[in-house]
Design a protein around this ligand. Structure first.
Ligand code: GLN
Length: 382
């Protein structure tokens, strides 16, 4: 492209040209892609995208405006937006601003008119990798040095980068189902999305958000009815201190996990995590609930996954799978129908359950909201 004003460079030397938009400047991190067709503001503000540059596979980004309501946290965590076509409209209900203005005002660079299909095919074949978005005025030599200075995602503890410095208590926004009107949930906040908190609070829960350095002793001294681990950025294998904390909690009270929380609870019962080649990010991944046979279309955003004992990353979909763990039997409850990876477990000898995907949507379909009802009822019955 002769009129290019910016480019994306990957650590393996692959280069993609485009037109700069959003804020001036450069950004480096892990380059990933998401297949969601809407929800770009939610993605950019989801803490799990911390230290990543998001490539949107959807053809147009910015067709509707931004609003405070769509924020998944208090700021933008993704480092850049990589797009085929970007528009700057504000004509959605509730819109309070325009997409490209929002990126610019928050200091986030973007690139448009880039061949996102070629970039996504490359990442799909070679795996997600480090890279950056640079103005055309910056030489590839300078860009390569910046990319080399960025730590790889594998092995990275980013929970500490996003966790709150003090405990925060959030009051309920509604009443829970009969028999479970009020519950108190203690969460170690590794980068929770606002939609997870909203869904718990709408079902009568008071949620305590603790810094990720909280001890099991401190948590057990409180009066929570359950412990909940939520989403967050980085590599679950780098979080041994959280796994050690969780090992003290499992079996004492019900434990639940979503995404990073699922990965950490699985590690706590003795399972292992590994890095997926290019991750699951989007709002259209089919997952089967093995307890009902029902298929849900799910929202996903993760680069790591859990493997079964014995090392198998993929699991069958036609028969219940039960694994012996350090805390008794774990039954596989959910499986990804794209690649047959683990999407959820229930602990059968202690109370607890986890899912790898995002039942809270934000963005995405709401097929899986039932899980919040299931978890809240289970806590009340425990
Ligand atoms: N959304 C999340 O919680 C992501 C979990 C983890 N950081 C991963 O990429 O796999």
């Amino acid at each position: 492209m002769n009129d290019a004003t910016a480019y994306v460079l990957l650590e393996d030397g692959e280069r993609f040209d485009g037109i700069a938009c959003g804020a001036d400047g450069h950004a480096v991190g892990e380059v990933v892609f998401t297949t969601g067709m809407t929800g770009y503001q939610e993605a950019m503000s989801d803490p799990s995208f911390n230290a990543q540059l998001i490539t949107f596979t959807t053809a147009h980004v910015g067709n509707y405006g931004v609003s405070a309501e769509a924020m998944e946290s208090d700021r933008i965590h993704a480092r850049a937006a990589i797009m085929r076509a970007a528009t700057n409209r504000d004509d959605a209900p509730g819109a309070e601003g325009r997409w490209l203005d929002w990126l610019r005002d928050n200091g986030i660079p973007g690139i448009t008119d880039l061949d996102t299909r070629a970039l996504v095919r490359h990442i799909r074949d070679q795996g997600a990798m480090r890279g950056g978005l640079f103005p055309a005025s910056m030489t590839e030599e300078e860009a390569r040095a910046l990319i080399a200075a960025e730590p790889p995602m594998a092995g990275r503890d980013l929970a500490r980068a996003v966790t709150p410095s003090e405990t925060v208590v959030l009051e309920p926004l509604g009443e829970g189902p009969a028999g479970a009107e009020h519950t108190r949930i203690a969460m170690i906040d590794t980068g929770v999305k606002a939609s997870i908190l909203r869904n718990l609070r709408l079902r009568g829960a008071t949620v305590e958000l603790h810094p990720c350095t909280v001890t099991a002793e401190q948590l057990l001294a409180g009066d929570a009815d359950a412990f909940f681990m939520a989403s967050g950025p980085g590599d679950p294998a780098a979080l041994d201190y959280l796994v050690a904390t969780l090992r003290e909690l499992v079996g004492k009270k019900p434990v639940y996990g979503i995404c990073l929380g699922h990965q950490l609870l699985c590690r706590a019962v003795g399972l292992e995590t590994y890095k997926l080649p290019f991750g699951h990010r989007g709002a259209n991944h089919p997952v089967m609930d093995l307890t009902t046979g029902r298929v849900e279309i799910t929202s996903q955003n993760h680069g790591f996954s859990v493997r079964g004992p014995g090392g198998s990353a993929t699991v069958p979909t036609d028969a219940p799978v039960r694994w012996e763990t350090d805390f008794g039997i774990a039954e596989l409850t959910h499986v990804n129908l794209y690649d047959h990876t683990v999407e959820g477990l229930a602990l059968r000898d202690v109370v607890g359950a986890t899912v790898q995907y995002h039942p809270e949507a934000g963005p995405g379909p709401r097929d899986s909201l039932y899980l919040f009802d299931r978890f809240i009822k289970e806590i009340a019955g425990a």
